[in-house]
Design a protein around this ligand. Structure first.
Ligand SMILES: *Cc1c(COP(=O)(O)O)cnc(C)c1O
Length: 335
C-alpha cells in the first residue's frame, strides 16, 4: 500500500527513536524539562520570535493562539478553506466563541481586497476585526507557499489588525521559496509550526510569539488540558527532525512535481495541475472522486478527497522515488 493521504502518516526513523530515548527530561509543568525548553527556544529563534510553547498538535496550536488573541464574540478573518474552518471540528466556535469570517482564497491566500473591505466595514460597525489568520502553505489550493510580497499585501490590508500564521507547513514554504521561516513571519503576531508533518517527528507543534504572548498562551494550553510533563521524549523527536529532516523537504517537493508530471504526460486529459505543484501536495480533479478513491485503494494507493472534491496526494518522508513511480502507474491504472 502506498500511502499518499497525508504527510502526517510518517513513522519515526530508528535514528530518531534512538535520539528520543536518550532525551533528558523533567516536569515541564514546572518548566523543568530541558529538552522541551530547548525545542521551544529553537523554534522561536527559527521563526523570529522571543519564545515558544510546545503543544500536542497543530490544532492545539491554533486553538491556544485563538484563545490567547481573541475575546468571545470577536470577528476573525480566515481563508474560506482554512484548516481552522474546515478541519478542526468547530473548535474555534467552541473554545473561543469567536465569529469566523471567510474570505476568498482561490489564489492560495486570503484575498487582500476582501480583507481590507472587511477591516473597514467592521470598524464602522464598532466591532473591529480582532485577528486575521493566514495558512502558509495553504493546503486546499495545493500547498501554495505565501511569499513575503503577498504577506506584505495582507499586512497592508490588515491596517494594524494582528495577523496569526497557521504555519503547519511553514517549513515547506520556506524551503520552496528559499527564504528563512523568520522572513515569512515578519509582521505576524504569532505562528504555529508542525513537527509531525514533513519533518516526520511523531508528535507536536510549537507556537511562537512574544514572551508576553507565550506566558498567556501557557495558561490557555493548561485550560485545554495540554499542560505537559516529561514531554522531552517527544520534543527530542522534534529537535532531531529540525536537524536532519528540514532540507530533505525539497525531495518531497521534487517528488510531488514528478508525480504530477507523469500523470500529466501519460494522460493529457487529467487535470493534475503540474505547474501548480509548489510544495508536497498534488491535487487531481476527476469525475466521481469518491468512487475513484475506492478504485485507487484496490490498486494499492491511499489518498484523500478534500471537501471541494479534489483528490489530494501528499508526498512525504516515507515515500522514495520508486514509491512515487509506482504510485503514478497505479493512479493512471485506476482512472
Ligand atoms: C495539519 C494541519 C493542522 C493541524 O495539525 P494536527 O497536528 O493534525 O492537529 C493545522 N493547520 C494546518 C494548515 C494543517 O495542515
Amino acid at each position: 500500500m502506498i500511502d499518499l493521504r497525508s504527510d502526517t502518516v510518517t513513522k519515526p526513523s530508528p535514528a530518531m527513536r534512538a535520539f528520543m530515548i536518550e532525551a533528558e527530561v523533567g516536569d515541564d509543568g514546572y518548566g523543568e524539562d530541558p529538552t522541551v525548553s530547548a525545542l521551544e527556544r529553537r523554534v522561536a529563534a527559527l521563526t523570529g520570535f522571543e519564545a515558544g510553547l510546545f503543544v500536542a498538535s497543530g490544532t492545539m496550536g491554533n486553538q491556544v493562539a485563538l484563545r490567547t488573541l481573541t475575546q468571545p464574540g470577536d470577528p476573525v478573518i480566515v481563508s474560506a478553506r482554512a484548516h481552522l474552518l474546515q478541519f478542526e471540528a468547530g473548535a474555534s466556535a467552541k473554545n473561543s466563541s469567536i465569529q469566523l469570517l471567510a474570505v476568498d482564497d482561490r489564489h492560495g491566500y486570503p484575498d487582500p481586497d476582501q480583507v481590507a473591505d472587511l477591516v473597514r466595514q467592521y470598524r464602522r460597525l464598532h466591532n473591529p476585526i480582532r485577528l486575521i489568520a493566514v495558512e502558509n502553505t495553504h493546503m486546499p489550493s495545493g500547498g501554495v507557499p505565501i511569499d513575503q510580497t503577498v504577506m506584505n499585501a495582507i499586512i497592508e490590508a490588515a491596517d494594524g489588525t494582528p495577523i496569526y500564521i497557521d504555519g503547519a507547513r511553514l517549513w515547506n514554504a520556506a524551503v520552496a521559496l528559499d527564504v528563512t521561516p523568520a522572513g515569512l513571519c515578519q509582521g505576524a503576531i504569532a505562528v504555529s509550526t508542525c513537527l509531525s508533518k514533513g519533518l516526520a517527528a511523531p508528535m507536536g507543534s510549537v507556537l511562537s510569539g512574544s514572551q508576553e504572548f507565550i506566558e498567556r498562551a501557557r495558561i490557555e494550553r493548561a485550560r485545554l488540558g495540554g499542560r505537559l510533563r516529561q514531554a522531552g521524549i517527544m520534543a527530542a523527536g522534534g529537535l532531531y527532525a529540525l536537524d536532519h529532516n528540514m532540507s530533505r523537504l525539497a525531495d518531497d517537493h521534487r517528488r510531488a512535481r514528478s508525480l504530477a508530471a507523469s500523470i500529466k504526460t501519460q494522460l493529457p486529459s487529467a487535470t493534475a495541475d503540474v505547474l501548480g505543484v509548489r510544495t508536497n501536495i498534488v491535487l487531481l480533479k476527476v469525475q466521481e472522486p469518491h468512487q475513484y478513491l475506492a478504485r485507487l485503494h484496490e490498486h494499492g494507493v491511499l489518498c484523500n478527497v478534500l471537501p471541494a472534491g479534489d483528490v489530494r496526494l501528499v508526498t512525504h518522508y516515507d515515500l522514495d522515488d520508486r514509491a512515487i513511480e509506482l504510485a503514478a502507474s497505479r493512479i493512471l491504472a485506476s482512472l
